[in-house]
Every structure is written in structure tokens, then in C-alpha cells.
Design a protein around this ligand. Structure first.
Ligand code: NAD
Length: 289
């Protein structure tokens, strides 16, 4: 297929490379020259603007920082410029309202579109192991599966327009809360004289088990290997978790949902960001307790 890929950053760079590796003809664009050079090395054709990249595309994938940028790129340079009938797939993590608005606008202009945010970080993007949560019509989701497959461990239909973004923000709010809980429990154990590794051995096989404890232990050299073992470098940045939590809090306000733990987790990640941990892995909350 001829696939245009817009946004070749930490995530999009590897994703576009995997599409090219799978034999698709990838037309790539990013504002960054470095990102474009890397895409070229990875087998993509590169362009100097979005309109040229989407010309002749059967599918357009966007992987951009936020909803404002996604809206501006789609409405200015994709919708009305990509061929009629092209499938639009937004993989960025953005607010539900903008995701739904974009699908409505694209549909009115004659395009099929899905929201398809991802779970899994940069390693999963590079390795073609992302989980996609996809919102849209049955027909659009079925077509999107073919495009997403070379980048995916799993492609899961979440529901109608925007449902992928709902799944993503709820998943990450849950992740934020159990990471904070894990850090607190590990710290409390330590303060009360229990060896952290012993606590890990017990709780990871007891009812306290969860992904943050069992598979991503946020304490250096305890339990599972994680960015904690490397001074919290790499992994999933505090700033990105905060972005996702803010999306969840805005959606909670708009839908009158009560999310006291999510709200508290947002405050905790805001404090960590202010304290200079924005670029560190989100398990670094452990160091703030
Ligand atoms: P990033 O900042 O590394 O990449 C974004 C890219 O978009 C940059 O290369 C930037 O130059 C480009 N860009 C910005 N405005 C543009 C425009 N107008 N036209 C073309 N290109 C433009 O971000 P990332 O880590 O790759 O994240 C991308 C999306 O994926 C975000 O929505 C993020 O929340 C989500 N996400 C990230 C991770 C992660 O671990 N990094 C995990 C899951 C989801």
C-alpha cells in the first residue's frame, strides 16, 4: 500500500520504519530534519510538507504530540488533500472530544477515519509490538487492521469514534494510580525494616500484585528489571504520564465522573514534574516519597 506517515518522533520513527520494512511504500513527513533523515535511512520516501506526502496515499497515519497539532495538520493539509477514499488513522494520544470531532469532519469530507492510540513505549514502537486500541466504524477498523498489523502485537477494537482514546486515558489513569500505590508500599515496607526484595517476593505473589510491582518494579535493583535500575532513564516519562492524566481529568470533569485517585495521582505527577523529574521514567515517583 502507499501509506503517508506524519510525525516521525520517538514513536512514529520506528512505526514508519516497520511499515516500510513490511513492504509498504511509505511517504514520510516531520518538521524535524533529523527525523526525516532517519526515516530516509529506514526506507521511507521523505517530503518537505504534509500535502506532498499525502498525495496519492491510500492511508494516512498521524503520530503527533497533541490534539491541537493533530487538528491543525488534518484540517489544513490532509482532509481535502489526501485522495478521496484514503483511510485516516490517528495514533497520537489526544483528547476524546478532538478525536470525535476529527472523525466527524473527515467522514463529512468523504474519508473513513479511526482513532488508534497505542500502549507500549519506544521499544515496542521500534520492535513492532504495540497494542492499538481502535475506535471507528466496523468497516474503517477492519481496513485499519491491515495497515497497523506490521506495527502491532495486538489491534483491539474499542468501539465507535473516540473509543480508542477513552480506553487509552482510562488505562493510563489506572497505571498512574497503581504505580503510585506500588511506590508507597515499597517505601513503607523499607521504612518499617522490611527488605524491599523480600517485600517484592511476597507482594508480587499476593493480592498486591500488579504490573507496576511485578513487571516494572520502581525500586533500583529490586524485583523486575526496569528503568529504576538505570537511574530512571528511558521508559515512560513523567511528563508524558502527566499529559495523559490531564486528558483523563478533563474527560472526568466533562462527564461528571468521580476519579479521586486519578486526581491525586495527577497532583503527584505534577509535583514530580515541577521538581525536575519530567524527563525521568514515571517510576521515579519512588524517589519523591
Ligand atoms: P515526539 O515528540 O518524540 O514526536 C512527535 C513528532 O511530531 C516530532 O518529531 C515532531 O517534530 C513532530 N511534529 C510536531 N508537529 C508537527 C507537524 N505540524 N507536522 C509534522 N510533524 C510534526 O513524541 P512521541 O513520543 O513520538 O509521541 C507521539 C504520540 O504518541 C504522542 O501523542 C504521545 O502521547 C503518544 N505516545 C507516546 C508514548 C511514548 O512512550 N513516547 C507511548 C504511547 C503513546
Amino acid at each position: 500500500m502507499k501509506i503517508a506517515f506524519i510525525g516521525l518522533g520517538n514513536m512514529g520513527g520506528g512505526m514508519a520504519a516497520n511499515l516500510a520494512k513490511a513492504g509498504h511504500e511509505v511517504s514520510a513527513f516531520d518538521l524535524s530534519e533529523d527525523a526525516l533523515a532517519r526515516a530516509k535511512e529506514n526506507g521511507c520516501a521523505t517530503f518537505t510538507n504534509v500535502r506532498e506526502a499525502v498525495a496519492g496515499a491510500e492511508a494516512v497515519v498521524t503520530m503527533l504530540p497533541n490534539g491541537g497539532i493533530v487538528k491543525s495538520v488534518l484540517t489544513s493539509d490532509v482532509i481535502g488533500h489526501a485522495p478521496a477514499g484514503a483511510l485516516l488513522i490517528d495514533c497520537s494520544t489526544i483528547d476524546v472530544a478532538t478525536a470525535r470531532e476529527m472523525i466527524e469532519t473527515a467522514t463529512a469530507a468523504g474519508y473513513e477515519m479511526v482513532d488508534a492510540p497505542v500502549s507500549g513505549g519506544i521499544a515496542a514502537a521500534n520492535g513492532g509490538n504495540l497494542t492499538f486500541m481502535v475506535g471507528g466504524t466496523d468497516s474503517a477498523v477492519a481496513k485499519a487492521e491491515t495497515v497497523l498489523e506490521p506495527m502491532a502485537k495486538a489491534v483491539i477494537r474499542a468501539g465507535g469514534a473516540g473509543a480508542g482514546q477513552v480506553a487509552k486515558m482510562c488505562n493510563n489513569m489506572l497505571l498512574a494510580a497503581h504505580m503510585v500505590g506500588t511506590c508507597e508500599a515499597m517505601k513503607l515496607a523499607e521504612r518499617n525494616g522490611l527488605d524491599p526484595q523480600t517485600f517484592y517476593d511476597i507482594s508480587s505473589k499476593s493480592t498486591g500484585y500488579c504490573w507496576s510491582l511485578n513487571d516494572y518494579t520502581p525500586v533500583p535493583n529490586v524485583g523486575a528489571a526496569s528503568p529504576a535500575d538505570n537511574d530512571y532513564a528511558g521508559g515512560f516519562a513523567v511528563a508524558l504520564m502527566l499529559k495523559d492524566l490531564r486528558l483523563a481529568m478533563a474527560a472526568a470533569d466533562a462527564s461528571d465522573a468521580k476519579v479521586p485517585l486519578g486526581r491525586k495521582a495527577t497532583e503527584i505527577y505534577e509535583e514530580a514534574d515541577k521538581a525536575g523529574l519530567g524527563g525521568k521514567d514515571f517510576g521515579s515517583i519512588f524517589t519523591t516519597l
